[in-house]
Design a protein around this ligand. Structure first.
Ligand code: UDP
Length: 364
């Protein structure tokens, strides 16, 4: 069997490895000049920099964790995010510490009690749920969080309000009735020591895998099975039109001093045109007299100009994706997967879980 995988990101690399270990020959191609897709990273001044923005591996799926752990050792990094809200740098997601940092004590105590009475401790509440609560203090809080944390960030990120985007997107960052300042509560979290690119390189290092970079797909390529982790509309020559995506522009700055901010990521919901600043040395505790940060500017994806980052989940786009899937079903030996191939906002662990399922379901 000749397997051709298009796209050498985390999805393509994971699937290549699974196929190779089952004894099959795999060729994996990518039009870019590097492996690892959007998790590509590189070293500069002793700091591991994520070229396409900050990536933090986190999962509660043991099978996924076990798979990835075969290709790296982990630095036990636990992600924390802060946001500039009303002039203060406070924990994001909004939690009980954020509440006490932003409000006078009497007010914070009263609201904290109401949150605990209504939801309990260590419970995540989507902002759109909190807004529905029939209590004037909780409604005040919900409106405050909506305006100060979600509304303008989401307008910058998606060009739409949180009410207009799919709730699965704004629901990713809840209000957290907790003192836990971490961004994720998954059992397994970490950053691969040496970086993601080294991890993917190890994944691809198998006698049955051939990697070809700077190699776009063309229809004359020979295969028995094709696995396409690019955008599905591209495979079908955009015959029903383009699937929309959001893209990002990163401005990297190297500062000649050792520290820029207190944590790896600081969000700026209400200020500036960028959404957040990432400082890379935190991920692996890299020691350097310099520091490297990226300012993240969301923008619409434009074919040929920038890269696809985020599928835009809404009914219209889901219907368009379904039309392409119908074409895909007629192909027989072509499989679509990954964030772009499935048009789904996968985190890295979900992308790998999808590969595990796909691998099990391949026609043999
Ligand atoms: N979000 C927000 N304010 C924040 C953080 C997140 O409004 O301070 C919303 C925004 O719509 C964003 C979504 O929550 O796109 C998901 O955020 P996440 O941090 O998961 O995004 P990613 O890291 O995948 O870009």
């Amino acid at each position: 069997m000749k397997n051709l995988i298009v796209g050498c990101g985390i999805s393509g690399a994971a699937l290549a490895r699974m196929l190779a270990e089952s004894g099959e020959q795999v060729t994996i191609i990518d039009s870019k000049e590097h492996i690892a897709g959007n998790i590509y990273d590189y070293y500069q001044d002793g700091i591991c920099v994520h070229k396409y923005g900050t990536h933090i591996f986190h999962t509660s799926n043991k099978a996924v964790w076990d798979f990835v752990s075969r290709f790296c050792q982990w630095y036990p990094y636990q992600h924390q995010v802060r946001g500039l809200i009303d002039g203060q740098i406070v924990p994001i997601p909004f939690n009980l510490n954020t509440l006490h940092a932003l409000f006078p004590k009497s007010m914070a105590d009263k609201i904290e009690q109401k949150l605990l009475d209504n939801f309990g401790l260590n419970v995540k509440v989507p902002i759109l749920e909190l807004r529905k609560k029939d209590d004037k203090d909780l409604q005040f809080l919900a409106q405050y969080i909506y305006e100060k944390i979600f509304l303008e960030y989401t307008l910058k990120q998606w060009g739409q309000t949180p009410d207009e985007i799919d709730p699965s997107v704004s629901g990713r960052v809840p209000v957290y009735v907790s003192r836990d300042n971490r961004y994720f509560q998954d059992k397994y979290q970490g950053i691969p020591i040496g970086g993601y690119t080294a991890m993917v390189k190890k994944m691809l290092n198998h006698k049955n895998i051939t990697v070809k970079l700077k190699t776009p797909f063309n229809k004359n390529m020979k295969y028995d099975r094709l696995f396409w982790s690019g955008s599905i509309d591209e495979f079908f020559d955009y015959q029903y039109g383009e699937l929309p995506y959001r893209s990002e522009r990163f401005e990297f700055i190297s500062f000649p001093y050792s520290k820029f901010q207190d944590v790896a990521v600081v969000n700026y919901p209400c200020n500036y045109e960028f959404t957040r600043i990432g400082e890379y040395k935190y991920f692996l505790n890299d020691q350097s007299p310099k520091t490297i940060v990226s300012y993240e500017f969301p923008e619409p994806f434009e074919n040929g100009k920038n890269d696809r980052y985020y599928p835009i989940a809404n009914d219209k786009n889901a219907a368009l994706y379904q039309k392409y899937l119908k074409l895909a079903a007629k192909q027989g030996n072509v499989y679509f997967f990954g964030r772009l191939g499935d048009y789904k906002y996968y985190d890295m662990d979900k992308a790998i879980a999808r590969c595990i399922d796909l691998f099990k379901g391949i026609k043999r």
